[in-house]
Every structure is written in structure tokens, then in C-alpha cells.
Write a protein that binds this ligand. Structure first.
Ligand code: ATP
Ligand SMILES: Nc1nc2c(ncn2[C@@H]2O[C@H](COP(=O)(O)O)[C@@H](O)[C@H]2O)c(=O)[nH]1
Length: 189
């Protein structure tokens, strides 16, 4: 069985950046591409960064039971399509999901064997600086994301692992260690 890793934590903490670096070092690690109703950012491509769905199509897919988990975040919908996850796990390679905390909880119920990792920012100030520095969200969106971050940070002890993303290299090395250790532990002998 393919090992599933959930990487969660507040928006702007560096989940996407860490996963890119992690996949450079663990090339067999597959990324499950999420679905969302938010608009693509400059440079984002459909099917690569997200499956971009209209609100109507997303709702229809929810009705069909097509999602493993889904959640509303900052006024938009996000979710993991069962078909996407099945396709990624079918090769037997480890798979990573990058999702917010409500979705991570749903995955914990549906797939208790999945390894859940919470990424912690060095401080709330640093989180704000990263969100602002990324330049993808206006002031109102940054404030909304920081408000959600407060409750997400309060949930960090629910997760199997906590990794602080202060120095990028240190955090990536920690993630590589977790993925390699957990994958080896579940490999057939
Ligand atoms: N260790 C780090 N040190 C400094 N900057 C970082 C570090 N990790 C990530 N960043 C920067 O922080 C910003 C946010 O990172 P990223 O987009 O990866 O966050 P995210 O958690 O994936 O956000 P979202 O959940 O909104 O997708 C980016 O500009 C990224 O370059
Ligand atoms: N529950 C889910 N959350 C997801 C999924 N894909 C991404 N996300 C999370 O949403 C927020 C906002 O993302 P952004 O791309 O608009 O910055 C962030 O925390 C993501 O991790 C998903 O499939 N399910």
C-alpha cells in the first residue's frame, strides 16, 4: 500500500515551498493535485497547481461523493478528489497532500494510517511577512488568512509530527527524514 503523507499548517507557512524541495530530494514522492474554486494566480496551470473548478462543478462533484475531503477556506472551496488520490497511490509510491486543517481532520477519520505533519511558523510576525512577501493576496486576504491561522496553530498538537519552518534547509531535512522513516516502516519485508 502506498504511504500517504498529509502536510498541513497555516497559509504562508511554506508548505508548497517545502513540498517542492522535498520532492526534489525524494523524487518518487507523488503530489496529489487538489481541486479549488479560487481563480488561478499568475503562472498557475490547471491540472498542475490545482484542478480549477467553477463553484457549480465543485458542488456537483461534492454531491457525487467525488471528494476524500473538502473544506471552505477564506470564501473558496478546496478538496482532494478521490480519483486523483487513487491515481497517485496506484503506482505504490508515497503520495503527499497539501491541505488545510479541516481537510486534514477529515483525512484522519477516513485514512487513520496517513501520516499527518503540521508545519509551524517561527512566529506569527514571520507568517505575516511571508504572506505579504509572496504578493499573491491583498491586505484583506492576508488579514483573513492570519485570522484562520490562529485557530489552525491552536490545533498543532493533534498531528503526528510538527516541523518548524524557520531555516528552509533544516525543515526540508526533517521532512525527508520523516518520509524515509515512515516509508521504510510500512514497506513489506
Ligand atoms: N523557510 C523559509 N524562509 C523564508 N521564506 C520562506 C520559507 N519557506 C517559505 N518561504 C516563503 O514564504 C512564502 C509562502 O510560502 P508558500 O507559498 O510555500 O506557503 P504555503 O504554506 O504553501 O501557503 P498556502 O497554504 O497559501 O499555499 C513564499 O514567498 C516562500 O518563498
Ligand atoms: N482542505 C483542503 N485544503 C486545501 C487543499 N488544497 C489546498 N488547500 C489549502 O487551502 C489553503 C489556501 O490555499 P491557496 O492555494 O489559496 O493559498 C492552504 O492552506 C492550502 O494548503 C485541499 O485539497 N483540501
Amino acid at each position: 500500500m502506498a504511504k500517504v503523507f498529509v502536510i498541513t499548517g497555516p497559509s504562508g507557512v511554506g508548505k508548497g515551498t517545502l513540498i517542492r524541495e522535498l520532492r526534489d530530494r525524494v523524487p518518487e514522492l507523488e503530489l496529489s493535485v487538489s481541486a479549488t474554486t479560487r481563480a488561478p494566480r499568475p503562472g498557475e496551470a490547471d491540472g498542475v497547481d490545482y484542478h480549477f473548478l467553477t463553484p457549480e462543478l465543485f458542488a456537483a462533484r461534492v454531491g457525487e461523493g467525488a471528494f476524500v475531503e473538502h473544506a471552505e477556506y477564506s470564501g473558496r472551496r478546496y478538496g482532494t478528489l478521490r480519483a486523483e488520490l487513487d491515481r497517485r497511490t496506484s503506482g505504490g509510491h508515497p503520495v503527499v497532500l497539501e491541505i488545510e486543517v479541516q481537510g486534514a481532520r477529515q483525512v484522519r477519520s477516513a485514512m487513520p494510517e496517513a501520516v499527518q505533519i503540521f508545519i509551524v511558523p517561527p512566529s506569527t510576525d514571520t507568517l505575516r511577512q511571508r504572506l505579504v512577501g509572496r504578493g499573491t493576496d491583498d491586505d484583506e486576504q492576508v488579514a483573513a488568512r492570519l485570522e484562520v491561522a490562529v485557530s489552525e496553530l491552536a490545533a498543532q498538537d493533534e498531528f503526528d509530527y510538527k516541523v518548524t519552518n524557520a531555516d528552509l534547509e533544516t525543515a526540508v531535512a526533517e521532512l525527508v527524514g520523516i518520509v524515509r522513516r515512515e516509508s521504510a516502516a510500512s514497506a513489506p519485508r
